[in-house]
Design a protein around this ligand. Sequence first.
Ligand SMILES: [Zn+2]
Ligand SMILES: [Zn+2]
Length: 294
Amino acid sequence: MKTEKRLGGKTEEEMYGVLKLPWIPPEIREDQGEVEAALKNALPELVEEKDIRGDLHVHSDWSDGRASIEEMIKAAKKKGYQYIAFCDHSPAQPVANGLSIERLRKRRKEIVRARKKFPDMSILAGTEVDIRADGSLDYPDEVLAELDFVVASIHSGWKATAEANTKRLLKAISNPWVDVIGHPTGRLIGQRDPYEVDIEEVLKAAAKAKVAMEIDSHPDRLDLKDTHARRAKELGVKLVIDTDAHHVDGFDLMRFGVATARRGWIGPGDVLNTLPPKKFLAALRPRPDGKKRL
Ligand SMILES: [Zn+2]
Ligand SMILES: [Zn+2]
């Protein structure tokens, strides 16, 4: 039947209204169950950039970053953040100026000084420790115990079989000092495919061990990708969204990680770094020594 009657269309909300549906955010218009969820009024709340309260994976000029600890803290403050974790590389990354144990301890002194200067910022002395080929970590446990926060990542040898890579990640997750697995599938968009890995097994182990999975916001990475992030959420894995910033401008990449999370139906309640500082620290995997983190 032809009619001149206008049904709607000035806004998207109006069009969805004609279809008796609530507005569906563009990021999840992928025919992945969103219409069914909308019909049931069960669309997820999606995380927004303004929900993010801290960046948990940044590098300083102690390793391969291009800004000092202080410059990075100032930039994080400008973003309105309440906490930051310095996760410089470990010795297995000599090209990235990975920190010897001695330099790691020296860096801690600088971080402790910075805490006095920036009392309104929770500054975590962390690491992005390499996961070696056999799944062991590039610092001994007693050194990891000196840190406030541990991201463990694979940076080499990823051409191994899915079985070997999965075993490697499972072993890292089983180390009780590990808080987060960094860029868990290792892809570099347009340059390198993700390594072969049984992501389902890894996510299940992470859920059990209370290890968080990272969404690395760097546009070359976006790792975890959206579908893996959604699966992580379904399995009860907590996520962190961070930038892997190597200079002060790097903080601005957060929006890409947030966009990836949104495509994965991730809400603020699924992301640890939306929590205020004390709650965030309490939500991390309990330390084996029972000590407080800061
Ligand atoms: Zn890395
Ligand atoms: Zn990094």
